[in-house]
Design a protein around this ligand. Structure first.
Ligand SMILES: Cc1cc2nc3c(=O)[nH]c(=O)nc-3n(C[C@H](O)[C@H](O)[C@H](O)COP(=O)(O)OP(=O)(O)OC[C@H]3O[C@@H](n4cnc5c(N)ncnc54)[C@H](O)[C@@H]3O)c2cc1C
Length: 407
């Protein structure tokens, strides 16, 4: 088969290249950016994603740069503990959960692509502008180049040009009503030193806090990823790298002083502050057309609130490569759509309805904006666990599903 042309060297595109190469299928990767820089802030890789990356032999490289997430902890905005549960290997999974800088994850994948497949198969400064197909597929780039291949996979993210050509009437992403400020701060370890922490609720502001690099200086500080989310009709255009200022949002957090974190001081010490409205798109009716298909955010952009954006792209990559190994191209692309469209659409919709932080919404609705005396009088431990488990099942990383799924 002629090469698979992969458009986009993000998490999905690079993983797909590695998955195809592992199966002896030729591919080339085309990326808009003239060089790949460590942009973005933190990402979490759940056990379904690390299982797949483990099969690619990448766990040691990830472990060297990431923080192995040990627990999830939920607090109200007064710093009172609501619920805590172990994660990853601590929760009995055979695979770890990692909190990682997006740039570090991309670098691990990129290094593997260069070493295993060859740097000459990665084309930087190639921004796809359009494609056509007729027995083969022809990809056209802004730099004037045109490349022919056996299949074209749009791994070109939420602003996908390939998706736009397939669905010209679709329009812009859909705003959730929640604006997010994201950033990183160098800080001494708090709680377990590897906790994924969420606090508050969207009316008054919600904090997400997790370390993504250990021991970054002589004082043993970590690089900590954070998010501040607030319900508001006001937002600016979506751009993963739009710079912002702490002053834009800190007023709502001024009295957030927990025994484990002085939240305003933590925000003020940030190295990087970015603003990003929470957006997604409605699930598509189809995404494979002849020799062309979509993968990752291009296929199913979702709210970044369940740690699933990168994970679902990684699962797509494994599914598509494995089908291309055993089927004729057009048939494989359709089978991939049949396998992955419905499960990823479920995650998109569940992230809107009831994400993992639904626990915080539940407590906010039961207590109002007030501290509680005793969490057991607000909600039972069983209800809390059920809320947490529900999301794992929908997103496909509950322990039983993972253990039973084929490698
Ligand atoms: C700059 C950036 C920063 C991000 N930061 C975060 C973050 O901090 N936290 C988080 O949870 N998620 C972040 N994300 C999103 C996250 O990476 C994705 O949700 C997830 O990993 C799925 O990855 P993907 O490969 O489908 O898409 P992406 O990771 O978005 O990758 C898409 C790639 O395609 C390239 N591309 C786009 N258009 C074209 C074109 N026409 N031709 C060629 N190449 C093209 C882009 O430059 C990019 O490299 C970020 C994405 C980007 C692009």
């Amino acid at each position: 088969m002629a090469d698979v042309l992969i458009v986009g060297a993000g998490i999905g595109g690079l993983t797909l290249a590695l998955e195809l190469h592992r199966r002896g299928i030729g591919c080339r990767v085309f990326e808009s950016a003239p060089e790949i820089k460590a942009v973005g802030v933190g990402i979490n890789l759940l056990p379904h994603a690390t299982k797949a990356l483990g099969e690619l032999g990448l766990i040691p490289s990830l472990k060297a740069v990431a923080v192995e997430t040990a627990e999830a902890a939920f607090f109200n905005r007064f710093g009172q503990l609501i619920y805590r549960e172990p994660l990853g290997k601590r929760a009995g999974y055979a695979w770890p959960q990692f909190s990682i800088h997006r740039g570090d994850l991309q670098t691990v994948l990129l290094d593997a692509v260069r070493t295993r497949i060859g740097a000459e198969r990665l084309h930087l400064g190639f921004h796809l502008t359009s494609f056509s197909q007729n027995g083969t597929v022809l990809a056209r780039f802004r730099n004037g180049e045109a490349v022919e291949g056996g299949a074209l996979v749009g791994c070109d993210g939420i602003h996908s040009v390939i998706r736009q050509q397939l669905f010209p009437a679709e329009g812009e992403p859909r705003y959730s009503g929640i604006n997010m400020w994201r950033g990183v701060t160098r800080w001494k370890p708090v709680l377990s030193g590897a906790s994924m922490t969420r606090a508050g609720w969207l009316k008054g502001g919600k904090l997400v806090h997790y370390p993504i690099r250990n021991d970054i200086d002589a004082e043993g500080r970590q690089l900590v990823n954070w998010l501040w989310e607030i319900e508001t009709p006001a937002y600016k255009r979506w751009d993963w790298n739009r710079p912002a200022r702490v002053e834009d949002f800190i007023a709502g957090a001024e009295d957030w002083r927990f025994d484990w974190l002085d939240v305003p001081a933590f925000f003020r010490a940030a190295d990087v502050v970015l603003e990003y409205p929470m957006v997604d798109k409605d699930p598509l009716p189809a995404w494979s057309f002849g020799r062309v298909t979509l993968l990752g955010d291009a296929a199913h952009p979702m709210y970044p609130r369940g740690s699933n954006g990168a994970g679902q792209a990684i699962l797509d990559a494994r599914a598509l490569a494995s089908l291309l190994q055993t089927m004729e191209t057009v048939e494989a692309l359709k089978a991939y759509e049949q396998q992955r469209l419905a499960p990823t659409a479920n995650v998109v919709l569940e992230n809107r309805r009831s994400p993992p932080d639904a626990i915080l919404r539940e407590i906010y609705e039961r207590t109002g904006d007030r501290p509680f005396k005793d969490i057991d009088s607000v909600i039972s431990a069983g209800e809390l666990k059920a809320l947490s488990d529900r999301y794992k099942q929908i997103a496909g990383y509950d322990k039983r599903t993972l253990e039973e799924s084929q490698p």
